[in-house]
Design a binder for this molecule. Structure first.
Ligand code: ADQ
Length: 469
């Protein structure tokens, strides 16, 4: 039997505790729960440097899923996670090269951890298993597995954008990185423009050749590439929203709104999500539309993440200042125009909050997909749906073109879209919502998982275009 082995930086916790705020975890856990399989990754624990690899792998079973985790020592954590993954790859892949730094020692640490992962995986893999690797932390994992002699089919799904070659080349190790990526059999992207950016580099910088069916031939390898937009469980989310429509939390929210319209945003606190631009666009909306004063509130839920990376501490400080300033400018004794909450909510509790909002405001500067946009749409009551205002730079904008699409750098345009969303008539809201639901039902989470797994197991399915997006 050929099993599916999933590998990602973090494995979602299955015990009670802090809910995991991350699209990857939600998507992979939901997908594996249905078919079962093995999932390997970092435990989230950092141990002192005197503990040297190989570190033990701990197994935990949850129904059909076996989770395997390992710790990182401080030195590896600093170089691999805090350094190259989150202070080099993340900003550059999101086109924020000004926030990126580069250090060869960190890149070496990144490769070292990719090799440790490969070492641990050897014991979990049989020759016929297929390996599905997730995201930017593990771009060098296939290379490390191949160096150990693994001949399994190995695929990578990149959850974040892939940058244009000119942007990627800001990373001094771009050639090493791309050479490593070419050891994958299949690489999946969220959108066609991400896939094209990758192909562009392979063709122009590596002398590769494009073959039919998204196949790239380079240096004697054939890498297959495809587009697999990640989705959500549409019906389950709507049920969660409806089931808790009158929960104590929602009642408290309604009571505090006192009939005011609600604009809602939910993010990890990350500079790629465009929060400062969103705050000033809301400020502009209030300045331009005095008629809406006291009739609207904006709630921003932003859960802190990667708090030990400098750029994340900066953005957190900036937003606290901005929220205070905007409230200071517009608030009345009985009206707080902007509520800013630095905390996480369980998904089940978020859905009814989305459903209670008239507008979902999702304005990343760049985003691979953005699941919040899809969750917001899924949570709405189809009879009286809220309106999604969405950045055109989110991967989700490719599918959700019935949202009000904005450019997050255009403060006036975003402010105008907010006014339009708040004033939109029921018929237009229903039409837009129905159009987005139709796309989301088609590109479901199951379809994302099934198409990727099918293409990884059966190379012919891609070459014949059998699973086109
Ligand atoms: P993220 O950057 O984490 O994911 P996103 O797609 O929006 O971004 O996923 C966030 C998930 O975490 C959603 O399920 C959301 O409900 C939850 N979440 C966010 N903030 C929360 C909060 N304050 N409280 C509770 N839950 C919260 C990466 C890529 C995305 C891509 C996903 C999946 O950056 O572009 O869509 O992977 O591929």
């Amino acid at each position: 039997m050929s099993r599916l082995i999933v590998v990602s930086n973090r494995v979602a916790p299955i015990t009670e505790g802090e809910p995991t705020a991350g699209g990857l975890a939600a998507g992979v856990m939901d997908a594996l729960r249905q078919k079962g399989g093995r999932w390997f990754g970092w435990s989230g624990n950092v141990v002192p440097d005197m503990v040297t690899p190989p570190l033990p792998v701990v197994e935990q079973r949850s129904g059909p899923i076996s989770l395997y985790t390992t710790d990182l020592n401080q030195r590896d954590y600093d170089a691999y996670y805090k350094g190259f993954s989150n202070a080099t790859l993340w900003p550059v892949f999101h086109y924020q090269t000004d926030l990126a730094h580069f250090d060869w020692a960190e890149f070496e640490g990144y490769r070292r951890v990719n090799r440790h992962f490969a070492d641990s995986l050897q014991a979990l893999m049989a020759p016929q298993d297929v390996v599905w690797v997730h995201d930017y932390h593990l771009l060098c994992l296939a290379e490390a597995l191949r160096a150990q002699g693994a001949r399994n089919r190995i695929g990578l799904f990149l959850h974040i954008p892939f940058p244009a070659p000119a942007v990627l080349m800001n990373i001094p190790a771009h050639a090493e990185l791309m050479a490593a990526m070419c050891h994958y059999d299949l690489i999946g992207f969220q959108t066609e423009s991400d896939r094209l950016a990758f192909a562009d580099y392979v063709l122009r910088e590596m002398g590769g050749e494009a073959l039919p069916g998204g196949v790239l031939a380079v240096g004697g390898h054939a890498i297959r590439t495809g587009v697999y937009p990640i989705g959500v469980h549409v019906d389950m989310l709507r049920q969660e929203a409806a089931a808790a429509a009158d929960s104590a939390q929602v009642q408290a929210l309604r009571a505090s709104l006192g009939g005011r319209a609600l604009i809602m945003s939910v993010d990890r606190l990350d500079y790629s999500k465009g929060l400062p631009q969103r705050f000033t666009a809301y400020e502009r909306f209030l300045a331009d539309n005095p008629g809406w004063h006291r009739k609207v509130e904006f709630t921003q839920i932003a859960v802190p993440s990667r708090s030990d990376v400098h750029a994340y501490q900066e953005i957190r400080r900036e937003l606290e200042g901005e929220a205070g300033r905007i409230n200071g400018r517009f608030a009345e004794l009985d009206w707080t125009p902007l509520r800013y909450l630095n905390r996480s909510f369980a998904r089940r509790d978020l859905m009814p909050l989305y459903a209670a909002a008239q507008v979902g405001l999702v304005t990343p500067l760049r985003d691979g997909m953005n699941l919040v946009a899809k969750e917001f749409v899924a949570a709405q009551d189809p009879a009286d749906p809220g309106v999604l205002v969405l950045s055109r730079f989110a991967g989700a904008a490719r599918e959700l073109d019935a949202a009000l699409l904005i450019n997050p750098h255009d403060e006036a345009g975003t402010a105008a879209a907010l006014e339009r969303a708040l004033s939109m008539r029921l018929e237009e809201r229903r039409e837009r919502h129905a159009a987005m639901m139709a796309v989301m039902r088609h590109n479901s989470l199951e379809r994302w998982r099934d198409r990727f797994e099918c293409d990884l197991r059966n190379p012919a399915s891609l070459e014949h275009g059998a699973s086109a997006a």
